[in-house]
Design a protein around this ligand. Structure first.
Ligand code: NAD
Length: 358
């Protein structure tokens, strides 16, 4: 197995270094994972004049999985749009055909005070949002600007899904639900949008292959409300690109700090790009302050979804839970006025918690 490692910019190299310590610690468990580092984002621009250098894409194509830190920073803000660091991420997702974005929102009981919602609403929260990533209004044609008959400027985009795109993401949703609590909620706007009517028909048809999973449907406006009213009612949510973009950000706040949340983007063969949901945090870069847990938990997802080793994924998650249970906190998740530790110390703590497992 091979993993491309793309640290990126800002805190990216610091948090990825901690995830690599964890990977190193797990070697010798019947897995052999080769890693190779390459530049992306601003770092890619610095070495090759491109946010996604060809050598990086070549490595990512060859690899079974990609571990990414984060990209972006003030040094690159004045670059033209196609050279901006963020283009590197969009380009790699597209080039690798990563159509399924998985974002767990899991609130560790030890952090229930870190959420903006009341602890009794979010305690025990464990939901997964499966967002389609390569279609919908972000890619549909035609799009653009024009003048209407009255000579006024108009902007327009096209919401578009083919039946096969819907079925493909629905299957991912069902497969994931099957490994969890077997409940899948499909979110759409079928009371208004033709795209959503097709979406609902296709998801309902796909359900025939998964009689063991309970399927429900919800309109997106209601889903946005239910996520803050009673988020624990959900197990897995599957939805399109636009609705998923908004709902997954909403759900991430339920779980407290942005520094805790991993993500995976998968292709049809479970090849995946694994990254924390946060950005490059230039305000704390290079200061040993960043929380590396979202990146370490992204590595856990890599074991689950690409390497077929849910046992090792669970082991990493267990080590994170143990460290939090022992009261160790980086500054972003520290209790008000409470003590905190640095990025490297947090990585070391997870490694030593892993060591105390068999
Ligand atoms: P950000 O996520 O980088 O930071 C938002 C806030 O959260 C900051 O206060 C930051 O210090 C804090 N934070 C983020 N990650 C943290 C961590 N692991 N530990 C502790 N605190 C953490 O978002 P931003 O400030 O809007 O963007 C900064 C740069 O990151 C921009 O260039 C933006 O384009 C880029 N960005 C990249 C990605 C990505 O690489 N996928 C995603 C979002 C933003």
């Amino acid at each position: 197995m091979k993993s491309a490692v793309l640290p990126g910019d800002g805190i990216g190299p610091e948090i990825v270094a901690e995830a690599l310590k964890v990977l190193e610690r797990l070697r010798g468990n019947g897995i052999s994972i080769e890693t190779e580092v390459a530049a992306i984002g601003g770092a890619g621009y610095d070495v090759a004049g491109q946010p996604l250098p060809e050598a990086t894409l070549g490595l990512a194509r060859q690899a079974d999985a990609v571990l990414l830190g984060a990209v972006g920073g003030p040094r690159y803000d004045a670059l033209p749009r196609e050279l901006r660091p963020e283009r590197g991420i969009l380009a790699i997702r597209k080039a690798l055909g990563l159509f399924a974005n998985l974002r767990p929102a899991l609130l560790y009981p030890e952090l229930s005070d870190a959420s903006t919602l009341k602890a009794e609403v979010v305690a025990g929260l464990d939901l997964m949002i499966v967002r389609e990533l390569t279609g919908d209004i972000y890619f549909g044609q035609p799009r653009g600007r024009r003048s209407n008959a009255a000579g006024e400027a108009e902007g327009f985009d096209t919401m578009l899904y083919s039946a096969s795109e819907i079925r493909r993401i629905a299957r991912i949703g069902f497969e994931i639900a099957r490994k969890r609590d077997r409940r899948l909620c499909s979110v759409d706007k079928a009371n208004v949008l033709d795209t959503s009517i097709l979406w609902r028909e296709e998801v309902t048809a796909a359900a025939k292959g998964y009689p063991d999973v309970e399927l429900s449907h919800m309109y997106v406006d209601n889903a946005a409300m239910q996520l803050v009213r009673n988020p624990r009612q959900f197990d897995v949510i599957v939805t399109g690109n636009l609705f998923g973009d908004i709902l997954s950000d909403e759900a991430s706040m339920l779980a407290g700090s942005i520094g805790m949340l991993p993500s995976a983007s998968l292709d049809a063969n479970n090849k995946g790009l694994y990254e924390p949901i946060h950005g490059s945090a230039p305000d704390i870069a290079g200061q040993n302050k960043a929380n590396p847990l979202a990146t370490i938990l992204s590595l856990a997802m890599m074991f689950r979804y690409t390497f077929g080793r849910p046992d090792l994924g669970a082991r990493i998650e267990g080590a994170v839970r143990k460290v939090l249970g022992a009261g160790l906190r980086t500054a972003d998740i520290a209790l008000a006025g409470g003590p905190s530790i640095g990025t490297r110390q947090m990585g070391d703590a997870v490694v030593s918690a892993l060591s105390s497992y068999p």
